[in-house]
Ligand binder design. Structure first.
Ligand SMILES: C[S@@+](CC[C@H](N)C(=O)[O-])C[C@H]1O[C@@H](n2cnc3c(N)ncnc32)[C@H](O)[C@@H]1O
Length: 275
């Protein structure tokens, strides 16, 4: 396992279970975003993510989910993703251990595969949970969106003692429309399941404050850490594929932080890639 970055923004190159066990102190994380392999046969840089059985996949997930809960502060928040078919298992497992506040649907405009004989999947589920439902961060004012009733239709609420215009902004509901990251978009990286910056911006603004520690155990292209850094949060990103570590270093502008021989090796290949 190798660690790159600074004390505030760390990239760990290694296995999530091992890194969570050995590199992250218990009760130290304010916000955890976990976007694991979905067990649907995606190709992560030559590594096909497919377990022999669904049970084996779920057993593995329960192990890292337990560790994630252990790493969260008592007032911490957790967002977890997986494939639609596995989310019910996550939900049942987690609701016995943490307070699920929202079951979010990330809805998008096009599916990867155009289904012809069934209804193609146009969303991915996200569970949002907090350790203590009486004490957690939720910065509603930082994630307001337009409320059409007030802003566009300019309706008046006559149910009030003194009729007043409907407000022009609201906290988003649990269906989130964000375009998927596609080839040729500015933020596109060579990764099959990169999450959009806008999605992580909403999560990080809502559920953390400046200076908080955010952990992403399956960082991929390091969208979480890139947004966390941009918004003045600290972060720890774990990823097992070296190719994706290089993407993370570039996106987080951490190349200059490389030190030591293994790091020099990595930066050399990183420089070759970008030149
Ligand atoms: C769904 S992707 C995450 C995508 C990421 N959210 C993004 O925006 O790019 C899951 C990532 O987990 C990594 N991964 C798979 N198994 C892992 C493990 N045991 N430890 C650490 N990373 C792992 C894969 O290489 C892949 O990049």
């Amino acid at each position: 396992m190798e660690v790159f970055g600074t004390t505030k923004h760390k990239i760990i190159h290694g296995d999530a279970l091992q890194a969570l066990q050995t590199m992250v102190p218990d009760s130290s994380v304010d916000l955890l975003f976990a976007d694991p392999p979905y067990n649907i046969g995606k190709n992560f840089n030559g590594h096909i993510e497919k377990w022999d059985t669904e049970e084996a996949y779920l057993d593995w997930c329960y192990q890292w989910l337990d560790l994630c809960l252990q790493k969260l502060k008592p007032n911490g928040s957790l967002y977890v993703m997986t494939a639609t078919q596995f989310m019910p298992y996550f939900d049942i497992y987690l609701r016995q251990r943490i307070n699920i506040l929202s079951r979010i649907v990330w809805s998008y405009d096009s599916s990867g595969v155009q289904a012809r004989k069934y209804f193609g999947s146009m969303y991915e589920p996200i569970l949002y949970a907090v350790k203590d439902k009486t004490n957690y961060t939720f910065n509603a004012a930082d994630i307001l969106i337009e409320a059409k009733t007030g802003a566009k239709r300019k309706l008046i609420d006559y149910r009030k003692a003194i009729p007043a215009a409907y407000s022009t902004e609201k906290v988003p509901g649990n269906v989130w429309d964000f375009a998927r990251v596609r080839y040729r978009m500015d933020e596109y990286e060579n990764h099959p399941t990169q999450k959009p910056v806008a999605l992580l911006e909403r999560i990080i603004r809502a559920s953390s404050n400046e200076g908080d520690i955010i952990l992403d155990p399956f960082s991929g292209t390091f969208t979480t850490c890139t947004v966390a850094k941009k918004l003045g949060r600290n972060c720890i990103g774990i990823e097992m594929q070296e190719e994706y570590i290089k993407i993370g270093l570039r996106r987080m502008q951490l190349a200059a932080e490389y030190k030591g021989e293994p790091l020099k090796r990595a930066i050399r290949s990183f420089e070759n890639d970008v030149m």
